[in-house]
Design a protein around this ligand. Sequence first.
Ligand SMILES: *Cc1c(COP(=O)(O)O)cnc(C)c1O
Length: 407
Amino acid sequence: MPISSMPTVASAVPCPVVESLDAILPEEPLLMMGAGPVPIPAAVAKANTIVINHLGGTMVKVIAQVKTMARYVFQTQSKWVLGVAGPGSAAMEMAISNLAWEGTRVLCIKNGFFSDRMGEMGRRVGARVSTLEVADRTVASLEQIAEAMRRERPEIVTVVQGETSNTVWNYHLKDIAALAKAAGALVIVDAVCTLSTMPLEMDAWGIDAVITGGQKGLSSIPGVSLIAFSDAAWARVKGRTAPNAHWCLDASLAENFWHNAGYHYTAPVSGVLALHEALRLVCAETLEKRFARHLKCSLALQDGVTALGLQLYAPAACRLNSVVGIEVPAGLSPADVCAHISRQHQVEISGSFGLPIVRIGQMGEQCREHNLFRTVHALGRTMVDLGVKVDLPAGVAALERGLSEGK
Ligand SMILES: *Cc1c(COP(=O)(O)O)cnc(C)c1O
């Protein structure tokens, strides 16, 4: 049939006219200095362009190396390391939905927005969740936590290492895990923003499940995450009678892909390759050097911001270094600041779920000197532009002093 005589069918939904990505994306990529996603190294970006068979010999090798490197990053000998197609929250839901079910007693230590999410996920699988509410900008004392454990007798305790929302660091984590262990509870730790930015020792601290995302400390792409279960946690996963209602997140089914070279669902191969490269770069750097780089950069940033004349949100004792919270001066909103610094200086930073702060991340590639100078300068200039009196040269000088210390 000649083309001209082919019947034409008017589609009920007309073909849309849209802009190309080139027209939508900024000409120069924004410097991603918010609470994630963060900039990715070239090796990660390159790996993310590759598609390979999700099953077969090459993938088996990649998965084996991802698990080996992840064990180093989690500091665990546990066999039970798995990846998850999904955000950090999917890894979180994998931990909760495999370890908790109808009637499970869960104690959720709630420092803010993200640590509360674990409690919410617990309620959704029918667990009996009790929440230890911790005041903003503080951590619960060990006495408070011990008291809550005596009262609630939890089978599972959930806690965040770094509460990204209000930039609080749970520095008691090791002792909290020890308390939970002594009380016979399993401990789930959200290390989404902190993993590979500060010490976390899964085995030595007795943690039963650690979760992380790709797009924060690891400097990989968003959407592929990691989880590790201890032997005790894995025994609970295997011992449950009713299967996990979340089929994609069922750890027993995921075991087939992550440990038996079989099929569960089609793995996000490009993202797994990107994660492989991100982990390889962590191993090449070593955790010790990576922690030192993060600490030095974050403290220098904090000095720079303070010298500008701005206030940090979290008190020094429980201040998270992985994400720095900065009070927004009276008369301005976080959205004003974020919009201006993005538009005028091509630097992206974050607000925070209704809190009067902006947040600058110090995760992975964000902890590079050139990124810090650009960010402190852009933040200072933004304040000047918006009518806030700051001392921009003093801020940049303090950053420089912090970075050059010990050189
Ligand atoms: C970002 C973050 C999450 C959520 O991660 P998603 O990838 O957005 O699901 C959870 N917990 C903490 C501590 C985070 O920083």
